[in-house]
Ligand binder design. Structure first.
Ligand SMILES: Nc1ncnc2c1ncn2[C@@H]1O[C@H](COP(=O)(O)OP(=O)(O)OP(=O)(O)O)[C@@H](O)[C@H]1O
Length: 258
């Protein structure tokens, strides 16, 4: 079966001249690329864990896999279709199918918007808007009656649930989670991770789950790719990587975990 999401020989940050959505630009220089020759597959209904030390390129890879920025070389394919060469009609389908959740739930939620407006942001004025917002909140274990409240009155874990509810609104197939539980305390991490596992079971979601923390990655990954200085140095089934690591970068991450 074709993987739901694939990177094929992706290189980024070498050729210069590109500007990403956050306004950073790259210039030609002798420094190595941020990502070099990355190939990976995400199977439908599974979780690919991407682990690496700080600065190894994890967030950049997330932005490329979600289509926020384009690779300088190589391809990103959703259900076998190249983001770069897909027609506008196909891109319109791909965009809502891939959603991201970020590390800082507080920063990701506009404090001036109500929870209803935040969760319903991507929906537009559809007739069943309120019902869909309420269902999404219930799907992440929150009360459907919080739509009129504001983010500041919620805990970090609740804010991350609200961010997950927002991501679910477009009925995505793939969620890319960039350090999505790193800002939470350990017991709240476990609650959010179990919620993600439950959603995967119920809705068949596929995850790219990025973390510097192998204990977190262990909890939900089927496959793992280890990123070191912009390259994948080791990848395979989660149990192989965690139980018999080969590369020094993987061993170092494991030593820091246990
Ligand atoms: N827009 C940019 N312009 C220039 N350099 C960048 C840009 N984005 C990232 N970098 C550099 O690319 C490298 C990888 O950054 P990235 O944020 O992807 O790593 P990371 O593994 O997510 O790190 P962390 O775990 O600390 O968030 C770093 O050296 C960073 O300084």
């Amino acid at each position: 079966m074709t993987p739901i999401l694939q990177a094929r020989n992706v290189t980024y940050g070498r050729t210069g001249g590109r500007t990403d959505r956050q306004g950073f630009s790259f210039t030609r220089s002798a420094r190595p690329p941020i990502l070099k020759n990355i190939s990976l597959d995400l199977k439908a209904g599974q979780t690919l864990g991407i682990v690496g030390a700080s600065g190894s390129g994890k967030s950049t890879l997330c932005r490329i896999l979600s289509g926020l920025i384009a690779p300088d070389e190589g391809q990103v394919l959703y259900q076998g279709q190249d983001f770069a060469t897909a027609s506008e009609a196909v891109r319109k389908k791909i965009r809502p199918a891939i959603q991201m959740i970020f590390q800082d739930p507080a920063g990701a939620l506009d404090p001036r918007q109500t929870i209803g407006d935040i969760v319903g942001e991507a929906l537009g004025p559809v007739p069943d808007r309120d019902a869909r917002i309420r269902t999404a909140l219930q799907d992440v274990g929150l009360s459907a009656d919080i739509t009129h409240r504001y983010p500041r009155t919620f805990s970090g874990g609740q804010k991350q649930r609200i961010a997950i509810a927002r991501a679910l609104m477009t009925r995505p197939c793939v969620i890319i989670a960039d350090e999505a539980v790193s800002a939470l305390d350990v017991s709240t991490q476990a609650i959010v991770l179990n919620l993600l596992l439950d959603l995967q079971k119920r809705q068949g979601l596929s995850y790219v789950f990025v973390s510097h923390d192998l204990a977190v990655i262990r909890h939900l990954s089927h496959h793992i790719a280890v990123l070191d200085q912009g390259r994948i140095v080791e990848s395979g089934p989660a149990s192989d990587i965690l139980d018999t690591p080969v590369q020094p970068a993987t061993k170092a991450l494991l030593e820091n975990t246990y």
